[in-house]
Design a protein around this ligand. Structure first.
Ligand SMILES: [Ca+2]
Ligand SMILES: [Ca+2]
Length: 459
């Protein structure tokens, strides 16, 4: 059961800047993207190798020769599936790593009656990993239903026509794809998603362009369960952890801010779990006063482990937001020796997650578990983290030094902070990843990557 209400989900602190936001253009080589090191482990999700072999979008003829503009619009269109429709199925994906390949551009003036513009149909394929709720059968017919265009009159008509009945119940404006739910029973698009039908491509429904595409998916073989690398962390008798919390409302001075409240709960739960901190650290986290002096804690717990001889050092930071942070060097310095790094806060449509990749330091030879505990953080992972770990450790795969946890679904601000559960697992050193993932939150389809080269459970 989620503890937070829907309103306290870590979706974003910011509205999506629709077409203006910089988009990453993916490599378009047509290779199977799924290799063994990209498979994932979860307690609550199955993983599928998925492909949309022929998706289609209408692009203005003047944009159609500009590859960047085409890819920007394709990615905007795909958000309607990945962060909209798919979330309505309680499923997730690694959208940010999806491999998009342009197949063809055809025709012109295809939709002149709708928009009065010259339009070109661009066909493309998408390969990605889908996280599907375990125990739920993958449907025989599951079509991708997206706006046929993401600019101009056709897009305006789409959002105006379908906002009222095709939303997530939280907001009724689907010009933000987060709130798009085409399979809601009241939504006139719903029969297209699960009905057989034969019409695929751009369908002009009452002269509104709607894109319908097939989806094919194959279940990945299940990965064997593994441990975090407890032995490497405890080799020196000490574990260093960095817990970063971000406020729900950047700039809030209220201890009732759900981000600030989780920081304070985590602090209290650490004391409950591990006893009194030996350094007499003061707790702040009320959002008042300067960061980090008034919004941080440094705790040292002795008597850790079954033999009571180990030490756990926990640094805690409460930030307003990762994006736009004035003093990211505070995070860099705090991360230097950290063997577990936790981030709890809004994903900011990925900007906070990828911002952290830049702020953290990556010491050579240090094994580390990361947990990006924001909404849909699995969608927002990209290659940058692995590249930084590999740059620090030339010649080794990133998985040797990094295990990475993320969420395939929206995550709540928790009453029982996952950070403390994971530190307790390290203290006991006898909990497998599947057990950790089940304990963290059964509803968020949490995922771990990079664990494949770790030891098996209880070696
Ligand atoms: Ca250590
Ligand atoms: Ca590993």
């Amino acid at each position: 059961m989620k503890k937070g209400s829907f309103a306290t989900l870590r979706m974003t602190g910011l509205r999506l800047r629709m077409m203006g936001m910089a988009m990453i253009v993916l490599l378009s080589g047509c290779k199977s993207r799924v290799s063994s090191d990209l498979r994932n482990l979860s307690a609550t999700a199955d993983f599928l190798d998925a492909v949309i072999p022929d998706a289609v979008i209408q692009i203005e003829a003047s944009d159609a020769t500009d590859n960047d503009a085409v890819m920007d619009q394709i990615r905007m269109q795909l958000k309607y599936f990945f962060v909209g429709q798919l979330k309505g199925r309680s499923a997730g994906s690694d959208f940010n790593r999806a491999q998009i390949t342009i197949i063809s551009r055809t025709g012109s003036d295809l939709d002149a009656p709708v928009s009065g513009r010259n339009l070109v149909e661009v066909h493309y394929s998408v390969r990605f990993t889908m996280a599907w709720p375990k125990g739920t059968e993958f449907p025989k017919i599951f079509s991708v239903i997206m706006p046929g265009t993401v600019k101009g009159t056709g897009f305006t008509k789409f959002t105006e026509t379908f906002s009222e009945n095709c939303n997530d119940g939280e907001e009724t404006d689907i010009s933000n794809p987060w709130h798009y739910r085409p399979e809601e029973s009241k939504c006139p698009l719903a029969p297209l998603a699960s009905g057989p039908g034969t019409a695929y491509g751009i369908l002009n429904m009452s002269t509104i362009p709607v894109s319908r595409s097939r989806i094919a998916a194959v279940l990945q073989p299940a990965k064997p369960d593994k441990n975090p690398e407890y032995d490497r962390v405890w080799e020196d008798g000490q574990m260093n952890a960095l817990l970063i919390y971000a406020k729900d409302a950047p700039g809030s001075n209220s201890p009732d801010d759900v981000g600030s409240a989780e920081f304070n709960r985590a602090y209290a739960n650490l004391m409950n779990a591990f006893g009194k901190s030996t350094n007499g650290a003061k707790i702040y986290g009320d959002g008042k006063g300067p960061f980090p002096e008034k919004n941080s804690a440094e705790l040292i717990f002795g008597n850790i482990g079954t033999d009571g001889t180990k030490t756990m050092k926990v640094k805690m930071l409460l930030v307003d937001s990762i994006e736009g942070m004035a003093n990211p060097e505070v995070i860099g310095a705090a991360s230097r020796d950290a063997e577990f790094i936790y981030y709890g806060g809004h994903s900011g449509y990925g900007r906070n997650i990828r911002g952290l990749f830049d702020f953290l330091e990556y010491p050579a030879g240090l094994y580390r578990l990361y947990f990006f505990d924001g909404c849909n953080s699995f969608d927002y992972m990209n290659a940058a983290l692995n590249e930084k770990v590999k740059a620090a450790n030339p010649g080794s795969p990133a998985s040797k030094y990094a295990d990475v946890m993320s969420n395939a679904l929206p995550a709540p601000f928790d009453d029982a902070p996952p950070s403390v559960k994971i530190l307790s697992a390290f203290a006991g050193s006898n909990t497998s990843y599947r057990q950790i993932l089940a304990d963290v939150d059964a509803d968020t389809l949490s995922v771990v990557e990079g664990e494949e080269d770790n030891g098996a459970r209880f070696p």
